[in-house]
Write a protein that binds this ligand. Structure first.
Ligand code: BG6
Length: 469
């Protein structure tokens, strides 16, 4: 399928996400010949910049270090800029004139990299100027609300102007090739799918751990916390792809039906029993969370969350799913760990259970399978050995590159449908209420450690948190 001729309008074009992720991703897509030669990228934001001013800013802040100067120059020709005040209809009228002026466009994408409070308003203005036609898509950045109700409000607002298949709710984890590979791994290998159930799997862990703290985002993060920032979206999506039933096909409809069904079969959370929250504290010269820039000294915002989820389906009855995320942890990782049941075979006394570790981060995209092999000495002595599949082959597009190209192509499969996001909020609701009402602050953990010791209590007997060993 050849790429579509497009107009991509980046709202919030001078912001951090656009400069650090979106424009570099578009540059790489351009350099790899994946963009239609006539496709345009139109930055829009409140800053009263000229086109030249925007191009210069992009060159300074978005140009990848290894960019070829000639390729960058040809990429920059695609860039244009349109100052836009969300409250000013004249700015939208001028934007519409620019877009309607390009008559051969096959796809128009409005990427709203702005605060969610602008989503409905922006969509209303786009529609008022005839910019919500059949070829138009609107991309909504997270966070999509802060709970079920606010998420519904945004979805209702946007739905007045854009149809569901035109509304692309982004979760950049869905663009990671390691996560897409999970489906091929599960459903493309006779070695795994027959074992993917409670008869053979004892427990599953999903960890998204970061070594960074909240950096410059303290003021924003303090109103959000780890549950909303990472669990509601990335972790639940990973959980879905790990545990859902086989979708009928990989179409947007079937894939998202399968994910929704999984979220709906999650057992309601009892936060007192199933959740542990933490907050990083000063240690070894690393700031504690409450010492971060613009974080209130008495903040109780959780920078760590661990949950034990249960899935009420015959496939997963009795299998705990341990979910964990945090900032300022010892090791950066994004991992799914499938722990298989031990064999009760008397032949080999030193067997360790098989374990499959799927690493999702671009810098460590691997699948590792722990097996038992015999040592040359001793009659029945075995040691664990690891088969490691490096799944990186050739160029790996960034998550944002993949998702931007999907948006331009008008495909929705790698974006969240309204109902799955709302179901995810509904499942987390008891935990959000618990955090709001609970008199105890989150458990402190030393910055740079592996999180609060209290998280141990979520584990069934015999299970341990996987720390990369
Ligand atoms: C974002 C969160 O969605 O994901 C950030 O808002 C987090 O707080 C980031 O740092 C992690 O993404 P990645 O791709 O680096 O694991």
């Amino acid at each position: 399928e050849s790429p579509k001729n497009f107009d991509l309008v980046l709202f919030g074009a001078t912001g951090d996400l656009a400069m650090r992720k979106l424009l570099p991703a578009l540059y790489h897509a351009h350099a790899a010949g994946r963009l239609h030669p006539l496709g345009r990228i139109l930055g829009a934001s409140r800053s009263r910049l000229t086109r030249a001013g925007f191009v210069a800013k992009a060159e300074q802040q978005a140009k990848p270090d290894d960019a070829d100067p000639n390729v960058w120059a040809s990429f920059a020709e695609r860039l244009d800029y349109h100052p836009l005040d969300m409250d000013d209809e004249r700015d939208f009228a001028a934007l519409a004139a620019k877009i309607h002026g390009k008559t051969d466009s096959e796809s128009t994408v409005f990427y709203l990299s702005t605060a969610p409070k602008f989503f409905t308003q922006a969509c209303r203005s786009l529609a008022a100027h005839g910019l919500n036609g059949a070829n138009a898509r609107v991309v909504l950045e997270k966070p999509l609300g802060t709970d079920l109700e606010s998420c519904r409000l945004i979805n209702d607002g946007v739905a007045q102007y854009f149809q569901e298949h035109q509304t692309l709710r982004i979760d950049h984890y869905l663009g990671k090739s390691g996560l897409q590979n999970l489906l091929a791994l599960r459903f493309g290998n006779s070695l795994f799918e027959p074992l993917w159930n409670n008869r053979h799997i004892r427990s599953v862990q999903i960890t998204l751990a970061e070594t960074l703290g909240v950096e410059e985002r303290g003021e924003f993060y303090d109103t959000i916390g780890a549950l909303r920032d990472m669990v509601q979206n990335h972790i639940i999506q990973i959980l879905c792809l790990t545990a859902m039933e086989r979708p009928q096909s990989l179409s947007a409809g079937h894939l998202r039906d399968a994910k929704l069904q999984l979220i709906r079969s999650l057992r309601p959370l009892d936060p007192e029993r199933d959740a542990v929250f933490g907050q990083y504290a000063f240690s070894d010269g690393l700031k504690g969370y409450t010492q971060e820039h613009k974080v209130p000294a008495a903040s109780r915002t959780e920078t760590y969350a661990a949950l034990c989820a249960r899935i009420d389906t015959p496939r997963w009855e009795g299998v705990p799913f341990y979910l964990r995320t945090g900032k300022r942890l010892a090791r950066r990782s994004a991992e799914i760990v499938i722990g298989f049941r031990p064999l009760s075979d008397g032949l080999f006394p030193t067997l360790l259970p098989n374990r499959l570790v799927i690493s999702l981060q671009a810098e460590d995209e691997t699948v590792r399978l722990r097996l038992n092999v015999k040592t040359p000495d001793g009659a029945n002595h075995t040691v664990p050995a690891e088969a490691c599949f490096d799944t990186r082959s050739g160029r790996r597009p960034s998550a944002y590159e993949t998702l931007l190209l999907e948006a331009i192509a008008g495909r929705a499969a790698l974006f969240n449908r309204r109902d799955e996001l709302e179901a995810a909020w509904a499942w987390l609701a008891p935990a959000l209420t618990f955090l709001r009402q609970h008199p105890r602050p989150p458990h402190p953990y030393p910055a740079g450690s592996s999180g609060p010791a209290a998280a141990e209590r979520l584990l069934a007997q015999g299970d341990t948190w996987f720390e990369g060993d």
